[in-house]
Design a protein around this ligand. Structure first.
Ligand SMILES: [Fe+2]
Length: 354
Protein backbone atom coordinates (compact mmCIF):
# COMPACT_ATOMS: atom_id res chain seq x y z
CA UNK A 1 0.00 0.00 0.00
CA UNK A 2 1.27 3.44 -0.86
CA UNK A 3 2.67 5.38 2.04
CA UNK A 4 3.82 8.93 2.24
CA UNK A 5 7.43 7.80 1.95
CA UNK A 6 6.60 6.01 -1.30
CA UNK A 7 5.18 9.12 -2.79
CA UNK A 8 4.97 9.55 -6.56
CA UNK A 9 3.72 12.41 -8.73
CA UNK A 10 0.40 10.73 -9.23
CA UNK A 11 0.06 9.81 -5.57
CA UNK A 12 -3.63 10.53 -5.39
CA UNK A 13 -4.53 8.17 -8.20
CA UNK A 14 -1.95 5.60 -7.25
CA UNK A 15 -3.30 5.64 -3.75
CA UNK A 16 -6.80 5.08 -5.00
CA UNK A 17 -5.64 2.25 -7.22
CA UNK A 18 -3.84 0.66 -4.31
CA UNK A 19 -6.87 0.98 -2.10
CA UNK A 20 -9.16 -0.37 -4.80
CA UNK A 21 -6.84 -3.28 -5.55
CA UNK A 22 -6.50 -4.39 -1.96
CA UNK A 23 -8.68 -7.31 -0.91
CA UNK A 24 -11.37 -5.89 1.31
CA UNK A 25 -11.87 -7.43 4.73
CA UNK A 26 -15.44 -8.54 5.29
CA UNK A 27 -15.97 -5.92 7.99
CA UNK A 28 -15.43 -3.07 5.53
CA UNK A 29 -18.49 -3.81 3.42
CA UNK A 30 -21.30 -4.35 5.90
CA UNK A 31 -24.03 -3.06 3.57
CA UNK A 32 -24.62 -5.08 0.45
CA UNK A 33 -25.51 -3.03 -2.58
CA UNK A 34 -29.03 -4.38 -3.12
CA UNK A 35 -29.89 -3.60 0.48
CA UNK A 36 -28.12 -0.25 0.21
CA UNK A 37 -30.17 0.76 -2.82
CA UNK A 38 -33.38 0.44 -0.81
CA UNK A 39 -32.16 2.79 1.94
CA UNK A 40 -32.80 6.48 1.66
CA UNK A 41 -30.00 8.85 2.55
CA UNK A 42 -32.22 10.43 5.20
CA UNK A 43 -32.83 7.07 6.85
CA UNK A 44 -29.11 6.31 6.85
CA UNK A 45 -28.42 9.73 8.28
CA UNK A 46 -31.07 9.27 10.95
CA UNK A 47 -29.68 5.85 11.84
CA UNK A 48 -26.20 7.28 12.13
CA UNK A 49 -27.15 10.43 13.96
CA UNK A 50 -30.23 9.40 15.86
CA UNK A 51 -32.25 12.20 14.34
CA UNK A 52 -33.82 13.19 11.03
CA UNK A 53 -32.53 15.61 8.45
CA UNK A 54 -34.69 18.07 6.57
CA UNK A 55 -36.23 16.24 3.63
CA UNK A 56 -35.19 18.83 1.07
CA UNK A 57 -33.34 22.13 0.88
CA UNK A 58 -36.59 23.88 0.04
CA UNK A 59 -37.91 23.15 3.53
CA UNK A 60 -34.79 24.58 5.16
CA UNK A 61 -34.44 28.09 6.50
CA UNK A 62 -32.67 30.60 4.26
CA UNK A 63 -28.89 30.26 4.60
CA UNK A 64 -28.33 33.34 6.70
CA UNK A 65 -31.48 33.07 8.76
CA UNK A 66 -31.26 33.37 12.51
CA UNK A 67 -32.29 30.19 14.25
CA UNK A 68 -34.37 30.10 17.42
CA UNK A 69 -32.19 30.53 20.47
CA UNK A 70 -29.31 31.85 18.46
CA UNK A 71 -27.48 34.90 19.82
CA UNK A 72 -28.04 38.15 17.93
CA UNK A 73 -25.93 38.32 14.83
CA UNK A 74 -22.91 40.62 14.88
CA UNK A 75 -22.40 40.09 11.18
CA UNK A 76 -20.06 37.15 11.73
CA UNK A 77 -20.50 34.37 9.19
CA UNK A 78 -20.14 30.79 10.26
CA UNK A 79 -19.14 28.42 7.48
CA UNK A 80 -17.91 24.85 7.20
CA UNK A 81 -15.38 23.69 4.62
CA UNK A 82 -15.88 19.98 3.97
CA UNK A 83 -13.65 18.53 1.29
CA UNK A 84 -12.65 15.15 -0.12
CA UNK A 85 -15.86 13.26 0.49
CA UNK A 86 -15.11 10.49 -2.03
CA UNK A 87 -18.66 9.19 -1.86
CA UNK A 88 -19.23 5.73 -3.31
CA UNK A 89 -21.53 2.76 -2.66
CA UNK A 90 -18.86 0.91 -0.68
CA UNK A 91 -16.77 1.56 2.41
CA UNK A 92 -19.79 2.88 4.35
CA UNK A 93 -18.96 6.25 2.84
CA UNK A 94 -22.58 7.40 2.78
CA UNK A 95 -23.00 6.74 6.50
CA UNK A 96 -19.72 8.49 7.24
CA UNK A 97 -20.73 11.46 5.09
CA UNK A 98 -24.14 11.68 6.74
CA UNK A 99 -22.43 11.77 10.13
CA UNK A 100 -20.20 14.57 8.87
CA UNK A 101 -23.19 16.65 7.75
CA UNK A 102 -24.81 16.05 11.10
CA UNK A 103 -21.66 17.10 12.98
CA UNK A 104 -21.32 20.24 10.87
CA UNK A 105 -24.90 21.46 11.00
CA UNK A 106 -26.35 20.41 14.34
CA UNK A 107 -24.70 22.90 16.71
CA UNK A 108 -26.39 25.74 18.54
CA UNK A 109 -25.88 27.91 15.49
CA UNK A 110 -26.17 26.37 12.07
CA UNK A 111 -23.53 27.33 9.51
CA UNK A 112 -24.50 29.94 6.96
CA UNK A 113 -22.71 27.99 4.25
CA UNK A 114 -21.29 24.55 3.50
CA UNK A 115 -18.36 24.72 1.06
CA UNK A 116 -17.73 21.25 -0.35
CA UNK A 117 -14.08 21.60 -1.41
CA UNK A 118 -13.83 19.00 -4.20
CA UNK A 119 -13.33 15.26 -4.68
CA UNK A 120 -17.01 14.93 -3.95
CA UNK A 121 -17.28 11.41 -5.35
CA UNK A 122 -14.80 8.57 -4.97
CA UNK A 123 -13.61 8.77 -8.53
CA UNK A 124 -14.86 9.76 -11.93
CA UNK A 125 -11.43 10.34 -13.48
CA UNK A 126 -10.74 6.67 -14.24
CA UNK A 127 -14.29 5.33 -14.00
CA UNK A 128 -16.98 4.25 -16.43
CA UNK A 129 -19.93 6.57 -17.00
CA UNK A 130 -22.41 4.33 -15.20
CA UNK A 131 -20.18 3.95 -12.18
CA UNK A 132 -19.62 7.72 -12.04
CA UNK A 133 -23.36 8.35 -12.26
CA UNK A 134 -24.04 5.93 -9.42
CA UNK A 135 -21.63 7.89 -7.22
CA UNK A 136 -23.16 11.24 -8.22
CA UNK A 137 -26.62 9.97 -7.32
CA UNK A 138 -25.46 9.14 -3.82
CA UNK A 139 -23.62 12.41 -3.39
CA UNK A 140 -26.60 14.50 -4.53
CA UNK A 141 -28.91 12.66 -2.15
CA UNK A 142 -26.51 13.47 0.68
CA UNK A 143 -26.44 17.13 -0.27
CA UNK A 144 -30.23 17.21 -0.35
CA UNK A 145 -30.10 16.29 3.33
CA UNK A 146 -28.06 19.39 4.18
CA UNK A 147 -30.16 21.94 6.05
CA UNK A 148 -27.86 24.77 4.96
CA UNK A 149 -26.82 26.38 1.70
CA UNK A 150 -24.20 24.37 -0.21
CA UNK A 151 -21.62 25.71 -2.67
CA UNK A 152 -19.46 23.28 -4.59
CA UNK A 153 -15.80 23.42 -5.45
CA UNK A 154 -14.65 20.60 -7.74
CA UNK A 155 -11.57 18.37 -7.60
CA UNK A 156 -9.56 16.05 -9.80
CA UNK A 157 -11.69 13.02 -8.96
CA UNK A 158 -14.88 14.83 -9.99
CA UNK A 159 -14.05 15.25 -13.66
CA UNK A 160 -14.96 12.39 -15.92
CA UNK A 161 -12.88 10.21 -18.15
CA UNK A 162 -9.40 11.73 -18.45
CA UNK A 163 -8.02 8.23 -17.94
CA UNK A 164 -9.64 7.05 -21.17
CA UNK A 165 -8.42 3.51 -20.89
CA UNK A 166 -10.17 2.90 -17.57
CA UNK A 167 -13.18 5.13 -18.13
CA UNK A 168 -13.93 4.01 -21.65
CA UNK A 169 -14.36 7.65 -22.66
CA UNK A 170 -13.33 8.72 -26.15
CA UNK A 171 -12.80 12.35 -25.22
CA UNK A 172 -15.41 13.48 -27.76
CA UNK A 173 -18.37 13.21 -25.39
CA UNK A 174 -20.22 16.45 -24.68
CA UNK A 175 -19.79 15.94 -20.95
CA UNK A 176 -16.19 14.70 -21.03
CA UNK A 177 -14.03 16.09 -18.23
CA UNK A 178 -15.45 18.65 -15.80
CA UNK A 179 -18.65 19.17 -17.79
CA UNK A 180 -20.18 16.00 -16.36
CA UNK A 181 -19.73 17.26 -12.79
CA UNK A 182 -21.24 20.61 -13.79
CA UNK A 183 -24.23 18.84 -15.34
CA UNK A 184 -24.71 16.64 -12.29
CA UNK A 185 -24.61 19.59 -9.89
CA UNK A 186 -26.42 22.10 -12.10
CA UNK A 187 -23.47 24.49 -12.20
CA UNK A 188 -22.72 26.86 -15.06
CA UNK A 189 -19.00 27.01 -14.37
CA UNK A 190 -16.34 25.33 -12.24
CA UNK A 191 -15.08 28.74 -11.16
CA UNK A 192 -17.16 31.60 -9.87
CA UNK A 193 -17.55 34.10 -7.03
CA UNK A 194 -20.33 35.34 -4.79
CA UNK A 195 -20.84 37.63 -1.83
CA UNK A 196 -22.24 36.37 1.45
CA UNK A 197 -22.56 38.65 4.45
CA UNK A 198 -19.52 40.90 4.58
CA UNK A 199 -17.25 38.49 2.63
CA UNK A 200 -16.48 37.79 -1.01
CA UNK A 201 -16.05 34.10 -1.88
CA UNK A 202 -13.95 32.97 -4.84
CA UNK A 203 -14.26 29.35 -5.99
CA UNK A 204 -11.42 28.17 -8.24
CA UNK A 205 -11.01 25.19 -10.54
CA UNK A 206 -7.54 23.84 -9.71
CA UNK A 207 -7.33 21.05 -12.22
CA UNK A 208 -5.73 21.29 -15.66
CA UNK A 209 -4.59 18.45 -17.91
CA UNK A 210 -0.91 17.53 -17.99
CA UNK A 211 -1.27 16.72 -21.67
CA UNK A 212 -1.52 13.00 -21.02
CA UNK A 213 -3.95 11.21 -18.76
CA UNK A 214 -2.83 13.07 -15.65
CA UNK A 215 -3.51 16.48 -14.15
CA UNK A 216 -1.71 19.40 -12.62
CA UNK A 217 -2.73 22.08 -10.11
CA UNK A 218 -3.12 25.40 -11.90
CA UNK A 219 -5.85 27.76 -13.05
CA UNK A 220 -6.42 28.10 -16.77
CA UNK A 221 -5.58 31.36 -18.60
CA UNK A 222 -9.28 32.35 -19.00
CA UNK A 223 -9.83 31.68 -15.30
CA UNK A 224 -6.83 33.81 -14.38
CA UNK A 225 -8.15 36.67 -16.52
CA UNK A 226 -11.53 36.36 -14.82
CA UNK A 227 -9.93 36.21 -11.36
CA UNK A 228 -7.93 39.40 -11.88
CA UNK A 229 -11.07 41.26 -12.94
CA UNK A 230 -13.16 39.74 -10.16
CA UNK A 231 -10.73 40.80 -7.45
CA UNK A 232 -10.38 44.28 -8.95
CA UNK A 233 -14.14 44.82 -8.76
CA UNK A 234 -14.43 43.62 -5.15
CA UNK A 235 -14.26 45.69 -1.95
CA UNK A 236 -14.92 42.97 0.65
CA UNK A 237 -12.52 40.66 2.50
CA UNK A 238 -11.93 37.58 0.34
CA UNK A 239 -11.97 33.84 1.00
CA UNK A 240 -10.58 31.70 -1.84
CA UNK A 241 -11.35 28.00 -2.06
CA UNK A 242 -9.47 25.64 -4.38
CA UNK A 243 -9.29 21.87 -4.34
CA UNK A 244 -5.52 21.59 -4.79
CA UNK A 245 -3.59 23.78 -2.33
CA UNK A 246 -2.27 27.05 -3.71
CA UNK A 247 0.43 26.96 -1.04
CA UNK A 248 0.76 24.24 1.60
CA UNK A 249 3.23 22.73 4.00
CA UNK A 250 1.69 19.27 3.68
CA UNK A 251 3.83 18.12 0.68
CA UNK A 252 6.91 18.78 2.80
CA UNK A 253 5.80 16.09 5.25
CA UNK A 254 6.33 13.37 2.63
CA UNK A 255 9.64 11.59 2.99
CA UNK A 256 11.86 12.59 0.10
CA UNK A 257 15.50 12.20 -0.64
CA UNK A 258 16.47 15.46 1.00
CA UNK A 259 20.18 14.60 0.92
CA UNK A 260 19.92 14.80 -2.85
CA UNK A 261 18.34 18.22 -2.74
CA UNK A 262 14.69 17.29 -3.02
CA UNK A 263 13.54 20.10 -0.72
CA UNK A 264 12.07 22.18 -3.48
CA UNK A 265 10.66 19.35 -5.54
CA UNK A 266 6.97 19.54 -4.83
CA UNK A 267 4.90 17.94 -7.54
CA UNK A 268 2.40 19.87 -9.59
CA UNK A 269 -0.16 17.26 -8.62
CA UNK A 270 0.25 18.24 -4.95
CA UNK A 271 0.25 22.02 -5.07
CA UNK A 272 -0.62 24.71 -7.61
CA UNK A 273 2.18 25.24 -10.11
CA UNK A 274 1.02 28.86 -10.28
CA UNK A 275 0.91 29.17 -6.47
CA UNK A 276 3.62 31.86 -6.27
CA UNK A 277 1.92 33.89 -9.04
CA UNK A 278 -1.46 33.60 -7.31
CA UNK A 279 0.10 34.61 -4.00
CA UNK A 280 1.57 37.74 -5.59
CA UNK A 281 -1.85 38.58 -7.05
CA UNK A 282 -3.51 38.11 -3.65
CA UNK A 283 -0.82 40.12 -1.84
CA UNK A 284 -1.16 43.00 -4.27
CA UNK A 285 -4.94 42.86 -4.03
CA UNK A 286 -4.74 43.30 -0.25
CA UNK A 287 -8.21 41.91 0.49
CA UNK A 288 -7.53 38.17 0.26
CA UNK A 289 -7.42 36.92 3.83
CA UNK A 290 -7.80 33.18 3.58
CA UNK A 291 -7.26 30.37 1.04
CA UNK A 292 -8.82 26.98 1.79
CA UNK A 293 -7.93 23.72 0.08
CA UNK A 294 -8.17 19.95 0.36
CA UNK A 295 -6.71 17.27 -1.92
CA UNK A 296 -3.89 16.18 0.38
CA UNK A 297 -6.12 14.53 3.04
CA UNK A 298 -3.85 16.30 5.51
CA UNK A 299 -4.28 19.39 7.66
CA UNK A 300 -2.09 22.44 7.91
CA UNK A 301 -2.18 26.20 8.24
CA UNK A 302 0.51 28.61 7.18
CA UNK A 303 0.51 32.37 6.79
CA UNK A 304 2.48 34.26 4.19
CA UNK A 305 2.37 38.06 4.02
CA UNK A 306 -0.73 38.03 6.21
CA UNK A 307 -2.63 35.60 3.98
CA UNK A 308 -3.58 32.28 5.60
CA UNK A 309 -3.39 29.08 3.56
CA UNK A 310 -5.25 26.19 5.18
CA UNK A 311 -5.44 22.58 4.00
CA UNK A 312 -8.46 21.08 5.70
CA UNK A 313 -7.96 17.31 5.78
CA UNK A 314 -10.79 15.18 4.42
CA UNK A 315 -14.33 14.20 5.31
CA UNK A 316 -13.32 10.67 4.19
CA UNK A 317 -10.06 10.66 6.16
CA UNK A 318 -7.91 8.19 4.23
CA UNK A 319 -10.53 7.44 1.56
CA UNK A 320 -12.76 5.72 4.16
CA UNK A 321 -9.94 3.46 5.29
CA UNK A 322 -7.90 3.50 8.49
CA UNK A 323 -4.45 4.88 7.70
CA UNK A 324 -2.38 6.78 10.26
CA UNK A 325 -0.52 8.62 7.51
CA UNK A 326 -3.61 10.72 6.76
CA UNK A 327 -6.00 12.90 8.73
CA UNK A 328 -8.91 11.45 10.60
CA UNK A 329 -12.33 12.20 9.06
CA UNK A 330 -12.90 15.90 9.67
CA UNK A 331 -13.68 19.34 8.36
CA UNK A 332 -12.95 22.99 9.11
CA UNK A 333 -15.31 25.30 10.92
CA UNK A 334 -14.74 29.01 10.37
CA UNK A 335 -16.08 32.24 11.76
CA UNK A 336 -15.59 35.12 9.36
CA UNK A 337 -15.90 38.57 10.92
CA UNK A 338 -16.93 41.65 8.98
CA UNK A 339 -13.53 43.26 9.62
CA UNK A 340 -11.78 40.49 7.66
CA UNK A 341 -10.45 38.59 10.66
CA UNK A 342 -11.44 35.00 11.22
CA UNK A 343 -11.21 31.97 13.48
CA UNK A 344 -10.68 28.45 12.12
CA UNK A 345 -10.77 25.12 13.89
CA UNK A 346 -10.63 21.55 12.67
CA UNK A 347 -13.44 19.33 13.87
CA UNK A 348 -13.67 15.56 13.74
CA UNK A 349 -16.82 14.10 12.26
CA UNK A 350 -16.87 11.27 14.81
CA UNK A 351 -16.70 8.64 12.08
CA UNK A 352 -14.05 5.95 12.57
CA UNK A 353 -12.72 4.24 9.44
CA UNK A 354 -12.17 0.48 9.65
FE1 LIG B 1 -9.20 13.46 -2.40
Amino acid sequence: MLRRQDHQDDQDHQHLRDLQDRPRPHAETPIDRRHFARLSIASIAAAVAGRSFAASPSSSPPPTAELPGQPPSDGTLRIVHMNDWHVCPERRSVEGSAMAIEAATSGSRRPDLLLTGGDLIFDSFATTRSRAEEQWRLFKELMASSPVRVEHCLGNHDLWGWDREKSGASGDERDYGMQKALDELGLASSWRSFDLGAWHFVVLDSVVSDGGKGYRGRISPPQREWLVADLAANRLPVLVVSHIPILSLTPLTWDRDYDRGDHGRVSGSEMHLDGPALHRLFREDGRVRLCLSGHMHLEDRCEVDGIAYCCDGAVSGAWWKADPDYSLPGFAELELRPDGTFERRIRRTGWVNA
